[in-house]
Design a protein around this ligand. Sequence first.
Ligand code: SF4
Length: 241
Amino acid sequence: MTSTGAPGTGPVRTLWIAETFAGTIQGEGPSAGTPAMFIRTSGCNLECRPWCDTPYTWDRARFDLPAERTRRSVAELAAWAAGRPEPLAVLTGGEPLMQQRALIPLARALAGMGKRVEIETNGTYAPAAELTGLCVHFNVSPKLANACMPPSRAIRPDALAAFAAAPNRVFKFVVCDPSDLSQVDALVTAYGLTGVWVMPEGTTPGKVINGMRDLVPAVARRGYRISPRLHVLMWGDERGR
Ligand code: SF4
């Protein structure tokens, strides 16, 4: 796949897409419960092997990636979104900012039709000024040790600092245990992060509910917020929800 997250010139008008779906809600973060449509890009620069819930966007060992993705134009995706009633368009992945040059005209088209636009990112690609200038909202999810990758791969200081300084962003951390919060604390201190949400790992309703319950005391002490995973509570790990 051609990575368009890196700096470059000229418009890019097509993206690798894993799936689009609608008629659902945003399940996580500050907009949880809002009726939403999703555009999921294909490709990711990280490998959160223990718990990634969209491995079909990147894991060549387990999935036939050419069969899992299609090349779609910005115009085609915008036309699909324009016919939908949901007020929120979520651009997710995979890692959508790998295709940032094409994401900019897509986000512009969605915002132009009155949609609120959220971009879900792992925080390893700094957002371009054209994107932050569109008033899109970023849900930035830096990965902790529970993703089983070296910190030097999962945390890109320049990108994280850029998001910390950007408007309209929150940070959302996946935690497997309340003890993971010490790593969140360290990143909050190092980068001056504000707007911190934590979310239990899990793809079953029971695991998510128990995880949220376990997090309450430690989160309350720190002033963070807990994000649900409403789609998991309603549909488990069903794809396209
Ligand atoms: S960054 Fe997201 S899409 Fe990529 S491997 Fe990790 S959880 Fe999966």
